[in-house]
Design a protein around this ligand. Structure first.
Ligand code: ADP
Ligand code: TRP
Length: 387
């Protein structure tokens, strides 16, 4: 029985969220993980979670924990690539942990851990890097975007790769692009491969990283003539990967884009953000094409509202009777239905430091079990062997 670290209040919370019955639960958990596929995903500790994180990742985490051997972690080492303030980094880890739990991830069903609590990850990162090319890393979209930000240069154009590379190599020391940013995909591949995960629920923006993970796994297997690493796939219950747009008219919702609706935004702030969303002048003729800012509002409505409501507003757009103010009010209300229960639980969970500590200590123990086995075998395969 493994409920030893749940206090009464938290048992009640989980019972409420997940129909959780503590009796028999751990033996069920053991049965389930014995032959289930391994799911793994993580979110960087770079601030509060937003709607993009929720629909791209977190919502699926909660759904998956009843079906698979699930492992969800907080990617604090990945957060280091952008050199955060140490106090803020620590606070952010704690906040995301509380938000995972508040959203309904149940430590009785899924393993919840902090990336840096698994030192095997750092060692495997070194080993795997020996099979990763700096060229393929430099061509990764996320690297190009983040490196451009570090160097203070504008968005990428198709034809300026060479100039960009020159800037990176020749950059002044106060504008360097750190090596951790370059090897970010290696670290992500290690997170996945060290747990031998096959299903990785992430948003659309992470698909290139997953593609690289598969490539590294194949390369390792074929170099050493082994069938060691499985090839992981994104997982969204059969649907395409999600991209939640921002409210600023274009692009995705993201922490570094500064266009987020956070799960912990209070109703007033949230409504203000939605009401300020970029729109256009409205359709002038029936069945007009939909501009990007309006398509984004419809995408958010599709995620948060019922099909009937979506149809009602799409019909209103088509016959030019739509009022964007009404659409936004509706959207804000429907988003609040999703975020309010999470927001209301977060502070209680955050206040229970003992409980949080127990959750991650237990999670680290479980995550390290499989990680140390994979690492020991990998060292053996690569010829790092003890006398
Ligand atoms: P951010 O992009 O805000 O820094 P992360 O990179 O830590 O957030 O993303 C954590 C998870 O949330 C990943 O699975 C990522 O794909 C998903 N995610 C982030 N933003 C979005 C978005 N706008 N739409 C869909 N998924 C997203
Ligand atoms: N790179 C992911 C992001 O920015 C976070 C992450 C790190 C991750 N390691 C992972 C996601 C392993 C899934 C699996 O969102």
């Amino acid at each position: 029985m493994c409920v030893f670290f749940l206090n009464k209040k938290n048992i009640a919370t989980f019972a409420h969220i997940n129909n959780f019955n503590p009796t028999n639960h751990f033996s069920e958990h053991l049965n389930r993980i014995m032959d289930k596929e391994i799911v793994l995903s993580g979110i960087r500790s770079t601030g509060n979670l937003h709607l993009g994180n929720y629909y791209g990742a977190l919502r699926n985490f909660v759904r998956l924990q009843d079906i698979y051997d699930c492992n969800f972690f907080i990617a604090d080492l990945h957060a280091l690539t952008t050199n955060p303030d140490p106090q803020q980094l620590h606070a952010s880890v704690k906040q995301i942990l509380a938000e995972y739990l508040a959203a309904g991830i149940d430590p009785e069903k899924a393993t919840i851990f902090i990336q840096s609590d698994v030192p095997e990850v750092a060692e495997m990162y070194l080993l795997l890097n020996m099979h990763v090319g700096i060229g393929e890393l430099m061509r990764t979209t996320s690297f190009k975007d983040k490196a451009r930000k570090c160097l203070g240069i504008g968005p990428a154009k198709d034809d300026d790769d060479e100039a960009f590379e020159k800037q990176i190599i020749g950059a002044e020391t106060n504008k360097r692009v750190n090596a951790g940013l370059l090897t970010y995909p290696t670290l992500m591949a290690v997170d996945i491969l060290i747990q031998k995960a096959t299903k990785v629920p992430v948003g659309k923006d992470q698909e290139q990283h997953l593609e690289l993970t598969r490539r590294f796994a194949r390369r390792f297997n074929s170099f050493y003539g082994v069938d060691f690493f499985p090839e992981p796939q994104n997982f969204n219950f059969g649907a395409a990967a999600v991209k939640v747009p921002g409210l600023d008219g274009s692009g995705k919702m993201g922490k570094s884009e500064g266009n987020c609706i956070y799960l912990v935004d209070n109703p007033k702030t949230l409504k203000k953000k939605v009401m300020r969303a970029v729109t256009d002048e409205g359709p002038k003729e029936p069945n007009s094409p939909v501009s990007e800012p309006i398509a984004n509002l419809f995408s958010l409505l599709e995620l948060t509202s019922t099909p009937e409501i979506v149809k009602q507003y799409k019909d209103a757009y088509a016959d030019c009777s739509i009022r964007y103010g009404d659409l936004k009010k509706q959207l804000a209300e429907d988003i609040l239905k999703v975020t309010t229960p999470i927001r209301e639980r977060v502070n209680d969970i955050l206040a229970d430091e003992d409980y949080l500590r127990k959750v991650v200590n237990r999670g680290a123990e479980k995550a390290r079990e499989r990680a140390s086995k994979t690492l020991a075998e990998m060292r053996q395969i690569m010829g790092i062997r003890r006398f």
